[in-house]
Design a binder for this molecule. Structure first.
Ligand SMILES: NC(=O)c1ccc[n+]([C@@H]2O[C@H](COP(=O)([O-])OP(=O)(O)OC[C@H]3O[C@@H](n4cnc5c(N)ncnc54)[C@H](O)[C@@H]3O)[C@@H](O)[C@H]2O)c1
Length: 341
């Protein structure tokens, strides 16, 4: 099959590209390298440096992808309150642009990575399932939910392309960007551990997440267009094991053979406990779940990767700050000079 993957130089996109290329699909990766790295692109995958907000028809008409995996986004959830216009332009207008080009090129399947952020704050003790009402509480989650509705409405109106929407959560593993100070807590802690520097913890670190290793998540995403039951479906995808941010930092310190050195910072206004149910994904993608690593085994895999290469240069937020009020102090030090006048 001919497939286009946006965000192919990123973490999840590069794993999806690797899996599809290994299965002998013809893969074209598109990425503007604002948050990914050219070294992440697997050998054999054709690469085009391009923003998803730019003109895409030329590429799509030439390549004629049968399936499009749209993963490109700036995925800094907390920071999205401070860059709302950039967030909606990149993540919503960009998605509308990719979907329109896919439609005009005759693509039959559109795979989109939404996020657990689409659910917002939990309204009960129960983990989110796919029927839980979505009430996002930040611009990043709002953008993801808007894209979901846009993709479904497009299918209902135009009759195609068929879609599969994934809501992943807290994915980590090899090739994740460990040098973005505003996202990827596992990466931030590993970069700190490598340099034996303190690990920043917002609040008391009791907030919990189900950190999810990449292999099973990428496998399910890659399989979507080839899985009948994934057609026009929405799936939570990821692990089930809750872990506090504080325990995560301690596990990573142990993995790197150092004493945990936690630097407590004022609490952020964020979702405290975010967990999902995955019965649907487990049933439809049993092979993906069969290869799932638990958090500790996953941390080992990622730590081995991180140790094997130099720490990449820090990637900065690709946009000027639009609203500076209520920035966490640790971010405002870095970003104060990058605010819009
Ligand atoms: N990692 C997670 O835990 C997680 C959880 C939920 C959802 N997601 C979603 O999965 C997708 C992939 O996330 P990831 O963790 O691999 O992030 P990532 O930053 O590693 O990958 C995203 C890629 O998109 C590229 N990109 C951003 N804006 C672009 C633009 N305008 N044009 C072209 N390329 C652009 C970046 O350069 C980067 O390589 C994103 O849509 C993200 O919102 C990720």
């Amino acid at each position: 099959m001919r497939v286009i993957i946006t965000g192919a130089a990123g973490f999840i996109g590069s794993h999806v590209a690797e899996m599809l290329h290994a299965e002998r699909h013809s893969v074209l990766g598109i990425d503007d390298l604002s948050g990914g790295f050219v070294d992440n692109i697997p050998k054999g995958v054709t690469f085009e440096k391009r923003s998803i907000t730019d003109e895409l028809d030329g590429l799509f008409q030439k390549f004629k992808p049968e399936a499009v995996f749209h993963l490109a986004a700036y995925a800094a959830e907390g920071l999205s309150h401070h860059i709302p216009v950039f967030n909606y332009t990149n993540n919503v207008v960009g998605t509308a642009n990719v979907l329109a080009s896919a439609y005009r090129a005759g693509s039959r399947h559109f795979v989109f990575t939404s996020s657990i952020a689409a659910y917002g704050h939990p309204h009960s003790d129960k983990p989110f399932d796919e029927a839980t009402p979505c009430v996002p509480c930040d611009p990043y989650g709002t953008a993801k939910l808007a894209c979901e509705h846009h993709i479904r409405a497009g299918y209902d109106y135009h009759g195609g392309p068929a879609y599969t929407i994934f809501r992943p959560h807290n994915v980590f593993g090899s090739r994740q960007n460990i040098s973005d100070p505003y996202r990827n807590v596992v990466g931030i802690y590993m970069a700190r551990a490598l340099e034996n520097k303190p690990m920043p913890v917002f609040g008391d670190g009791s907030q919990t997440r189900s950190f999810s290793h990449i292999f099973s998540v990428a496998h399910a995403i890659a399989m979507a267009p080839f899985t009948g039951e994934a057609r026009n479906q929405t799936f939570n995808i990821g692990g089930d094991e809750p872990m506090s941010v504080r325990d995560l930092a301690e596990n990573i310190a142990r993995e790197f053979g150092i004493k945990p050195n936690l630097e407590f910072q004022p609490a952020r206004n964020e979702v405290m406990h975010a967990h999902c149910r995955h019965e649907l994904a487990r049933r439809v993608f049993p092979q993906a779940y069969a290869r799932a690593l638990d958090i500790r085994a996953g941390l080992k895999e990622m730590a081995a990767y991180v140790r094997s290469r130099p720490i990449p240069a820090a990637t900065e937020c690709p946009a000027l700050l639009e609203i500076t009020d209520h920035l966490p102090p640790s971010w405002s030090k870095r970003l104060a000079h990058r605010a819009k006048a």
